[in-house]
Design a protein around this ligand. Sequence first.
Ligand SMILES: [Fe+2]
Ligand SMILES: [Fe+2]
Length: 167
Amino acid sequence: MGLFSKDIKSMDDLFMHTLRDIYYAEKQIVKALPDMIKKSSEPQLKQGFQSHLNETENHVKRLEQVFKLAGEEPRGVDCPAIDGIIEEAKDVAGEVENKSVLDAALIAAAQAVEHYEITRYGTLISWANQLGHGDCVSLLQQDLDEEKAADKKLTAMAEGQVNRKAA
Ligand SMILES: [Fe+2]
Ligand SMILES: [Fe+2]
């Protein structure tokens, strides 16, 4: 369903569409992370991906609670944006042989994922506030805080040893 689908008529519809979009995205990320864990070499990075996989599984569960609060069954809609980001990550990683360069490529791909999530959660939180879904806000905020923390950790790793080793 496209953004301007005729099924989206109100802000509530738009909120629900975007919730389904991030729900689909989180589930795709749960599927993609094990491969990134496998491909990474730096122990700190590997462990960071592992702990974000655990967090991401919780993001899926929190979103299911948000659906419940909104009185809807949890369901996703195709999100070509996250599919594209994950696809591109696989393409780039597939071409890199040097382990340190591969780590740098994985960090860059993971940050693109985090930034996608951050933009979606930021939007959902402001719409939830506008629409009076205050009960959904704290759940969405917890996800957003973990995405931001993950992004920061990735930046620290990129600026620390990983990119230096790859250079
Ligand atoms: Fe997430
Ligand atoms: Fe994330």
